[in-house]
Design a protein around this ligand. Structure first.
Ligand SMILES: [Zn+2]
Length: 321
C-alpha cells in the first residue's frame, strides 16, 4: 500500500527521475560514497536540476530551493575546487534591475547564486522575490577565489542606506535554511573577519571573508553587506523558523529511525519517483540526508541496513528508534 500518496500532486514533482546507474556504480564503494550520492541526488531531486550526464530531463524550473521564485541564468561561473561550507551575504549597492543585469552579464565579471529583491518601490518584482542565477554545484563570482569556491553567494538589493525590509530578510532566511540543509552548513553566523579556511562553515558577510590568504580582508574598501544588514536579526529569523512545527529538526544526520507502518522508500524525495523498496512496519534505518520538501511532504534520506539500500521516505511514518 502506498501510504505516502496522500495529497499526491504529480505536477509539482514533474521531471524527477531515478538514476539506477549511479546507484549501481557506487554499490561496491562503501558507505561514504553512498552517502555522498544520496546528498547529490537530494540536491537534484528538490529542484529538477540535471544530474550527471543524463539528457532529456527538461523541466520548467532550475531553481534548487522552494524559496527561489525564478531561474535567470548568469554567464559567469566556474567548476568548484572545494565543497560548499559557507553562505556569503552581500548587498548590491544598486537597485534590483540594474543589479540583475550586472549579475547575469558576461561582461561584468561577476555573478551570484541568488538575488533577493528588497524594495517594493524599485523596478521589478515585489520585495522578497528571489532569483537563482547560478546552480550550487558551480562557483559564482561574488567574492575572491577562495570564498567563491567554498560558498553560495546571496545578493540583496540595497542602496543609499535605504535599509533591509522584513520581506527581504524573511525570503533570505528561507533560502539560507534550504541551502544549509542541503549542504550541511552549520547555522553559525560570523560577524568579524574570519579565516574561513580554518572554520567549519556558516553564514558570513562579504566584508568578513578573506581576499585570499587570511592576511587581507580589503575588498576594495567596501563594507558589504553593512552597515544596514543586521546579522543578529537575520540569525534569529533563520533559527526561529527552524524550530517548532516539525519542518527541519525532526531528525539529525545519523539518527536511528524506525518505520511506523509499511512504507515506500523512493529513489528521490517526491511522490512520483520510483519505489526502490517497501519497508515493512518496524524496519530500522539510519538518517543519511534531508530534510527535503516535495509534494507537501518532508522527506528523509535513509540507509536501510537490512536491505542494503538507500531510499527517501516520508517523515510522516518515521519515528526515532
Ligand atoms: Zn559583496
Amino acid at each position: 500500500m502506498c501510504l505516502d500518496c496522500a495529497g499526491r500532486d504529480t505536477a509539482a514533482s514533474n521531471g524527477h527521475r531515478n538514476d539506477r546507474s549511479e546507484t549501481a556504480r557506487t554499490d561496491d564503494d562503501g558507505r561514504w560514497k553512498r552517502r555522498r550520492f544520496l546528498q547529490a541526488t537530494g540536491v537534484a531531486a528538490g529542484t529538477g536540476t540535471l544530474l550527471g550526464t543524463q539528457s532529456g530531463r527538461v523541466t520548467a524550473s532550475h531553481t534548487e530551493c522552494d524559496a527561489a521564485d525564478r531561474w535567470v541564468e548568469a554567464a559567469n561561473h566556474s567548476a568548484r575546487d572545494h565543497g560548499i561550507d559557507w553562505i556569503v551575504i552581500h548587498v548590491t549597492a544598486g537597485a534590483y534591475q540594474g543589479a540583475l543585469n550586472t549579475l547575469t552579464s558576461s561582461d561584468s565579471g561577476v555573478s551570484s547564486h541568488y538575488l533577493v529583491k528588497n524594495y517594493d518601490w524599485t523596478e521589478g518584482p515585489s520585495a522578497g522575490h528571489v532569483d537563482q542565477l547560478v546552480h550550487h554545484d558551480r562557483a559564482a563570482w561574488h567574492a575572491r577565489y577562495i570564498a567563491n569556491h567554498r560558498s553560495i553567494g546571496i545578493e540583496h538589493e540595497w542602496f543609499d542606506d535605504n535599509g533591509i525590509t522584513d520581506a527581504c530578510y524573511e525570503s533570505s532566511a528561507d533560502l539560507v535554511r534550504c541551502i544549509a540543509d542541503m549542504h550541511d552548513i552549520p547555522l553559525e553566523f560570523y560577524t568579524s573577519k574570519t579565516c574561513i579556511q580554518n572554520e567549519p562553515g556558516g553564514i558570513i558577510g562579504h566584508t568578513h571573508v578573506p581576499d585570499g590568504d587570511c592576511n587581507t580582508f580589503d575588498h576594495g574598501g567596501r563594507t558589504c553587506p553593512y552597515p544596514d544588514w543586521d546579522m543578529d536579526h537575520f540569525a534569529d529569523l533563520v533559527r526561529d523558523s527552524d524550530g517548532g512545527g516539525g519542518g527541519g529538526d525532526t531528525f539529525e544526520m545519523g539518527d536511528d529511525v524506525v518505520t511506523t507502518t509499511d512504507l515506500n522508500g523512493r529513489e528521490q524525495p517526491c511522490l512520483n519517483d520510483d519505489v526502490v523498496l517497501t519497508l515493512s512496519e518496524g524496519t530500522q534505518a539510519e538518517v543519511m540526508n534531508g530534510p527535503e520538501q516535495c509534494d507537501d511532504i518532508t522527506w528523509w534520506g535513509l540507509y536501510v541496513p537490512s536491505a542494503n539500500e538507500w531510499v527517501w521516505c516520508s517523515e510522516n511514518y518515521l519515528a526515532h528508534a
